[in-house]
Design a protein around this ligand. Structure first.
Ligand code: ASP
Ligand code: MG
Length: 410
């Protein structure tokens, strides 16, 4: 008999009917003799609704009080789920983050978990209770409620699984696993039976929304066995996130294709090619707390060079504003910018041992007449920036070119 942490996301607990379904599912696992700790999100839409209320009152809501407010979404769900379980005869007990306690640092709205006391939960499990914990929330050293960032319940679940040394952490969501790419863009996309941690981290940071990236990092660090499954299907093994890269020799070189529309490109032309330029351009942008993603600078010629980078689309205008000052200061000739761009990335640990992956990507895009504006790479991914209108086409042809629509997994 195993100790299992299960997390149910917002859509899975979006109505009282669905909460009753979740309770029935938990009851089945319990009947098989497992010890269960359940983490829940707020009912779908609730966190956004609460943030909206705050913004009706303060344009920039007070960080401490915003956490007091938004953490209530999860408190509603733990109460309802505990009732639903008791109603069908399963002993259950709910906990807010502070009651566990889940101790975090004090960075409101993006707090990091520092420690979790498992004593109370253990005692309840030993007494045969299903333990239900509110995701997304904790308490800092001075007793203030904190939250872990949007999608943070995933991280709560993984952290609890690590603290309890659970046999598995199961993330129940509205998809039945991790896919080779978004099935809404490529209907042939397939569910992966396994994906490595490194690939999952890349996929999450490159725009795949299945898991909060921090939760994957956490699982990698503490070696938590993590699985993504659908809460709407009775059976199904979902996708297991593995540590072993080569357990499956038949695995495709490219595991998946991620994409992100939230990109804007900025190209600073004719900047003097001398030390300190990258810092002079990007320093003020970092100071304004704008996250820069891709960065490209070429070897200069005749004393000048071009400098390109991308920022989130919502920060496009603000970035341009900052750059106008920078441009005069450093003497760049021109700023060329475009916020109708998108990033497509291929991800796979197999790239380490195979060459020609990037060239297959570039050839495939060229055959469709898709122009590549910027390229960036890591050991296990290649990303390209293209005109937004080619995003879907690009993802589709790459999915095919790398054989992702054929079942290749053993
Ligand atoms: N309710 C929070 C959110 O919407 C946390 C979560 O669902 O994971 O971001
Ligand atoms: Mg989520």
């Amino acid at each position: 008999m195993a100790l299992i942490v299960q997390k149910y996301g917002g859509t899975s607990v979006g109505t009282t009917e669905r909460i009753k379904n979740v309770a029935r599912r938990i009851a089945k696992w319990k009947a098989q003799g497992h010890d269960l700790v359940i983490v829940v999100s707020a009912m779908s839409g609730e966190t956004n609704r609460l943030i909206g209320l705050a913004k009706d009152i303060q344009e920039y809501p007070d960080a401490r009080e915003l956490d007091v407010l938004v953490s209530t979404g999860e408190q509603v769900t733990i109460g309802l789920l505990a009732m639903a379980l008791k109603e069908i005869g399963v002993p259950a007990k709910s906990y807010c983050g502070w009651q566990v306690p889940v101790v975090t640092d004090s960075s409101h709205s993006k707090a990091r978990i520092q420690s979790i006391d498992d004593a109370a939960m253990r005692a309840d499990l030993d007494a045969g209770q299903v333990v239900i914990v509110a995701g997304f929330q904790g308490i800092d050293e001075v007793g203030s409620i904190t939250t872990l960032g949007r999608g943070g319940s995933d991280t709560s679940a993984v952290a609890l699984a690590a603290a309890l040394k659970a046999d598995e952490c199961q993330i129940y969501t509205d998809v039945d696993g991790v896919y080779t790419t978004d099935p809404r863009v490529v209907p042939e996309a397939r569910r992966l039976k396994t994906i490595t941690f490194e690939e999952m981290i890349e996929m999450a940071s490159l725009g795949s929304k299945v898991l909060q990236i921090r939760s994957v990092e956490f699982a990698g660090k503490y070696k938590v066995r993590l699985r993504v499954l659908s809460s709407f299907e009775e059976e199904g093994e979902g996708t297991l996130i593995t540590f072993e890269e080569d357990q499956n020799m038949e695995k495709a070189v490219v595991a998946g294709i991620a994409f992100d529309r939230n990109e804007a490109r900025i190209n600073v032309k004719g900047v003097p090619d001398k030390p300190g330029i990258a810092y002079q351009i990007l320093g003020p942008i970092a100071d304004a707390n704008i996250e820069v993603d891709m960065i490209i600078q070429n070897v200069g010629e005749h004393g000048t060079t071009d400098f390109s980078f991308t920022v989130p689309r919502g920060e496009f205008q603000r970035t341009l504003g900052i750059l106008r000052d920078v441009q005069t200061h450093i003497g760049a000739t021109k700023i060329d910018a475009d916020d109708k761009v998108a990033k497509i990335s291929i991800v796979g640990v197999g790239m380490r041992s195979h060459c020609g992956i990037a060239s297959t990507m570039f050839r495939t895009l060229a055959e469709e007449g898709i122009n590549i504006q910027l390229i960036s790479t890591s050991e296990i991914k290649v990303s390209v920036l293209v005109d937004e209108k080619y995003l879907e086409l690009g993802v589709r042809v790459l999915h095919k070119a790398f054989g992702l629509d054929q079942a290749v997994e053993a």
